[in-house]
Design a binder for this molecule. Structure first.
Ligand SMILES: [Zn+2]
Length: 259
C-alpha cells in the first residue's frame, strides 16, 4: 500500500487524489513505455580506477534482454527496467566512493544465456552478484518485493534479507524470502521448492558463491507497476541494494577478522 503523502502543491491542483492512497498517474505515462523512460542522471562512465584496492567486487546482472524481454505488464517491459535499475545502482555505488568495484553483466538490450552471465561475472572477478528482476503472476493481487539466495549460501541470504528490509514502502512487504529446500521456519517446504526451482532458472550456476536474486515487485500488480515507474521508488530500490552491498562488505570484514 502506498503511504507517502502527496506534496502540498499536488494536493491543491489534484483534488481527485486528495486523501487517496493510490499514486497519482504519471503525467509521462506514454513516454515511460520505452527504455528511455527510466530517467536517471546521465551515466558518467566508469569511474577512474580506485586509489585503494576494492574490498569487494560487485556485479549487477540485469535479467532478460534482447529477444527475451521478460515479463510485460501495465506498460513496463521487465528487461528495460532491470537494466535501468542495474545501471542506476552501479552509478550510485560509484559515486558513493565506497572502495568497491562495480560491473554489469550486460550494458545494453542484449540476450545473455545463464552461462554467459556467469562467465561475465567470473571475468569481472565478482564476489557478489545481484541479479535484478521483476515478478509477474496470473493473480493480479500478488505484490511486493522478494529476494532469494540458493541453499547453503548464508552470506547471500543475509544480503537478501537486508535488501528486503530496506526496500521502499510501496514494495516492502516484510522480509519474505526462500532459500533452501530444507525450509526455514517461516516458509513451508512445498512453496519453497517451487521458488527454489524458479531461482535456479535465473541464478547462473556459474556465478561466484554469493549470489542474490532480487525481484523488485510485481509488474502484474497495478500498484507495484505504478510505483516502479516512480523515480523516488527507483531511488529507494537502489538505496536498498546499496544497503545489501554494505551488509556483504561487513560479512566479509567480520569473517576476515574471525579468520
Ligand atoms: Zn525476470
Amino acid at each position: 500500500m502506498l503511504s507517502y503523502r502527496l506534496p502540498q502543491w499536488l494536493r491543491r491542483i489534484s483534488p481527485g487524489v486528495r486523501g487517496s492512497k493510490r499514486l497519482a498517474p504519471s503525467p509521462h505515462a506514454e513516454a515511460l513505455r520505452t527504455l528511455s523512460q527510466f530517467k536517471h542522471p546521465p551515466l558518467a562512465g566508469d569511474r577512474a580506477s580506485l586509489l585503494v584496492e576494492p574490498d569487494a567486487r560487485i556485479s549487477f546482472d540485469a535479467g532478460h534482454g534482447g529477444t527475451d524481454p521478460g515479463a510485460q505488464h501495465n506498460g513496463i517491459v521487465e528487461s528495460s527496467l532491470n537494466l535501468a535499475l542495474a545501471r542506476y545502482a552501479k552509478l550510485r555505488l560509484e559515486h558513493s566512493y565506497e572502495p568497491v568495484a562495480v560491473a554489469l553483466t550486460r550494458t545494453t538490450d542484449e540476450y545473455l544465456s545463464l552461462r554467459e552471465r556467469g562467465e561475465a561475472s567470473e571475468r569481472q572477478q565478482a564476489d557478489l552478484v545481484v541479479s535484478i528482476h521483476c515478478n509477474a503472476a496470473t493473480s493480479t493481487a500478488q505484490h511486493g518485493a522478494m529476494a532469494f539466495a540458493l541453499p547453503g549460501d548464508i552470506a547471500a541470504l543475509d544480503v537478501a534479507r537486508t535488501i528486503l528490509r530496506c526496500m521502499p514502502k510501496p514494495l516492502n512487504c516484510g522480509t519474505r524470502y526462500a532459500f533452501s529446500a530444507d525450509a526455514d521456519a517461516d516458509t513451508d517446504s512445498g512453496r519453497n521448492g517451487v521458488w527454489l526451482q524458479r531461482v535456479r532458472n535465473v541464478l547462473s550456476p556459474h556465478y561466484p558463491r554469493c549470489a542474490v536474486l532480487l525481484e523488485v515487485g510485481y509488474l502484474s500488480h497495478i500498484g507495484d507497476a505504478r510505483a516502479l515507474e516512480c523515480p523516488a521508488v527507483q531511488s529507494g530500490i537502489v538505496t536498498a541494494i546499496m544497503a545489501g552491498v554494505d551488509r556483504y562488505r561487513r560479512i566479509v570484514a567480520d569473517s576476515r577478522r574471525a579468520g
